[in-house]
Design a protein around this ligand. Structure first.
Ligand code: ZN
Length: 69
């Protein structure tokens, strides 16, 4: 089963079937995080929708980090 991963550094999204960690090819060793998105949903999305998803994911992620401090 394919899972969707998103990079917390640049917002790049990718689908991977491997269970182990996925690293962003753009950011080097930065581990990507699981996105709460099914593979079916991801394939239905066009580029604009993926950009929007990535932007809001990064916004929420960074907002969460700020709250922890
Ligand atoms: Zn990245």
């Amino acid at each position: 089963m394919m899972k969707i991963f998103i990079c917390p550094g640049c917002g790049r999204m990718t689908a991977a079937s491997r269970k182990k960690e996925v690293n962003c090819s753009r950011c080097g060793e930065l581990p990507m995080e699981r996105a709460k998105l099914t593979f079916e949903k991801f394939t239905e999305m066009d580029e604009q929708q993926r950009n929007d998803y990535s932007k809001s994911w990064l916004y929420i992620h960074q907002a969460g980090k700020k709250c922890e401090k």
